[in-house]
Design a binder for this molecule. Structure first.
Ligand code: ATP
Length: 493
């Protein structure tokens, strides 16, 4: 088991306009962590969150400033997570930040240059490279791509996506088993045997992804997307299979509704996004609190799906994307605050191992066959599953002649074949049930007298009474004739 708090990183998006001096500073000198200081411009400070403060300082594992390359992001953030997924642990990387701060650029990448490839294509490339190198194990890789839009789940890899409108597509729903494991109904798992196949699935999903335009961002994604790589591994000959999932999550923009200046459908979307991010925040607050027993995962689809990634069996990393321009200062501070809370959450990642039932059946079948072969050598006859009809008839004939035999010493010899022994009992039971079994006569209970002695039977009693009577007579005769008494006495001596 690996116990670890959620790792938090910050990435600052390059600004197109000339950046006013002193909006933020990065302090990398601190030993294990880096600090990002956001300095409030004088004209903004008044009426802001806390107008007495002039700056806000936030700690991160590392801060990627405007010049950082996609390659650095992969090497430092994603590669260690991909490595632990290859060893059998669950992993999650999620990007959180306001619209246009670079979440999609970081997770998926930009389409213009090859070097702009983001975490997903680079991770796929790395994973397949490692799988090819490792000949000790057999691996299977599947991809799923889930979009959560207005609290409903959609399968981005559903081939009907292009032909149907979103409402006509089957919704992905959450099922919970008795062990509280989450299963997603209607979310397909597509096998990918090569990097190319996996990349094609990513492109297919991205094409299907919901895109809407807002005044703030010309191509802003209004949904949460979870790209998942499922890896199973097994050593040849072993029945133990390891399963690990890697969630790469691009959340919808975290900005507050009021600022985006949208209405109608987009306002509805924004409310849903805000609500689900609010629930995400609630889960994170609950997890960060000590001794809190109830975590409100069930409030939204996203927190349900990411249940393991937040406070569960997973190694999780968050990337706070920041667009540190003057107009975005408040959103940037709120993103950093969110990250500080996330950093308090402890996860416990365990190796996800299970015994493959199919392989166990194959192994047991092989073992049974070997035992049958051994038995056939010892008994000289090939053992089949059931006794044949000829064998059954012969056995029943044997039982009947045993029952008819009057010799008390006679025996029923069927050998050590358990199938024959069982059949004997069944057959005897059948015979007994067909015949009327006489009811047993109850023996008369022995009645004890007051002294606890068992009374004599009537015949014995009669005999003894007669003897007693005879003795009485003799005594009375002897006592009547005194001379005769002495004579008798002499006679007995
Ligand atoms: N680090 C970066 N380097 C160069 N361009 C970037 C960087 N980050 C973002 N961009 C560009 O900024 C624009 C907005 O970025 P992106 O679409 O990734 O934002 P987002 O946070 O995903 O927004 P949304 O919430 O709408 O999904 C894109 O054109 C993207 O190419």
């Amino acid at each position: 088991m690996v116990k670890q708090t959620i790792q938090i990183f910050a990435r600052v998006k390059p600004t197109s306009r000339k950046q006013p001096q002193g909006i933020y500073s990065v302090d990398e000198d601190e030993k294990s962590v880096a600090a990002l200081e956001i300095i409030l411009p004088r004209d903004l400070a008044e009426g802001f969150v806390n107008n007495k403060r002039e700056s806000y300082k936030f700690k991160f594992q590392r801060i990627f400033d405007q010049e950082s390359k996609q390659e650095d992001i992969f090497d430092i953030i994603a590669k260690p997570v991909a490595e632990s997924v290859l060893s059998g642990y669950n992993g999650t990387i999620f990007a959180y930040g306001q619209t246009g701060s670079g979440k999609t650029f970081t997770i998926t990448g930009g389409a213009e240059r090859y070097s702009d490839r983001g975490i997903i294509p680079r991770t796929l490339s790395y994973i397949f490279e490692q799988l090819q190198k490792d000949s000790r194990k057999m691996y299977t890789t599947h991809i799923s791509y889930l979009e959560i839009y207005n609290e409903c789940g959609y399968d981005l890899l559903d081939p009907r996506h292009e032909a149907s409108s979103l409402e006509d597509l089957p919704k992905v729903t959450i099922l919970e088993d008795p062990d509280q494991n989450i299963h997603l109904k209607n979310l397909s798992l597509q096998q990918a045997t090569t990097e190319e196949e996996a990349l094609n699935l990513l492109f297919l999903g991205d094409t299907n992804r919901m895109i809407a335009e807002t005044p703030m961002n010309q191509a802003s994604t209004r949904s949460h997307c979870i790209f998942t790589v499922h890896i199973s591994s097994k050593e040849p000959g072993s029945a133990i299979v390891r399963h690990a999932k890697l969630h790469l999550v691009d959340l919808a923009g975290s900005e507050r509704v009021a600022k985006t200046g949208v209405g109608g459908q987009l306002l509805t979307e924004a409310k849903y996004i805000n609500l689900s991010l609010h629930y995400l925040e609630q889960v994170i607050i609950a997890l960060a609190e000590k001794h809190r027993s109830h975590i409100p995962y069930r409030n939204s689809m996203m927190t349900n799906v990411l249940r393991d990634s937040l406070g569960g069996n997973c190694m999780t990393t968050m990337i706070a994307t920041l667009s540190l321009e003057k107009r975005n200062i408040d959103e940037s501070i709120s993103t950093c605050r969110f990250a500080q809370r996330v950093a308090l959450i402890k996860n416990e990642a365990v190796l996800n191992e299970e015994i493959d039932p199919r392989l166990t059946i194959i192994r047991l079948k092989k073992e049974i066959q070997e035992l049958k072969d051994e038995l056939a050598i010892v008994t000289g006859e090939q053992r089949t599953e059931e006794l044949t009809q000829v064998e059954l008839d012969k056995l029943e004939e044997q039982i009947r002649s045993f029952l008819e035999d009057q010799d008390p010493e006679s025996r029923l010899e069927v050998g050590s074949d358990m199938r024959k022994i069982h059949h004997c009992f069944h057959y005897l039971k059948k015979l007994l049930s067909e015949r009327k079994i006489p009811e047993k006569s109850e023996p008369s209970p022995e009645i004890k007298d007051q002294d606890g002695e068992v009374p004599l039977k009537e015949e014995e009693f009669k005999k003894l009474r007669d003897i007693l009577k005879q003795r009485d007579n003799e005594i009375s005769i002897l006592s009547e004739i005194p001379g005769k008494r002495g004579k008798e006495q002499i006679k007995y001596q």
